[in-house]
Design a protein around this ligand. Sequence first.
Ligand code: FES
Length: 103
Amino acid sequence: MPEITFESSDGSQKKTVNAPEGGALADLCDDHAAPIPFSCRSASCATCHIEVIEGADALLPPEEEELDVLDAVCSKPPKYRLACCAKLRAGAGKVIVRAQNEY
Ligand code: FES
């Protein structure tokens, strides 16, 4: 079943969401009160920096603005992404992401 699990940076909070239609991670976080912090929501602050622990292939590739911010924080996809930019593919499998900043 397509699902994504969002974990807080210390792993103490987790939220698993079924997302058969895929969609923006930010929307899924908002709709399900997932423990991922956001600030600018427009690929400039890196507050929403996440590690992709499992299922990186289920995310659509990053666009240039996301790549620029990841580069600035010395991270590279597919292991690291920005939750305000990343989108889940429709029909994706299991994905687990962990916040890199405190929620
Ligand atoms: S919330 Fe600022 S880069 Fe994602």
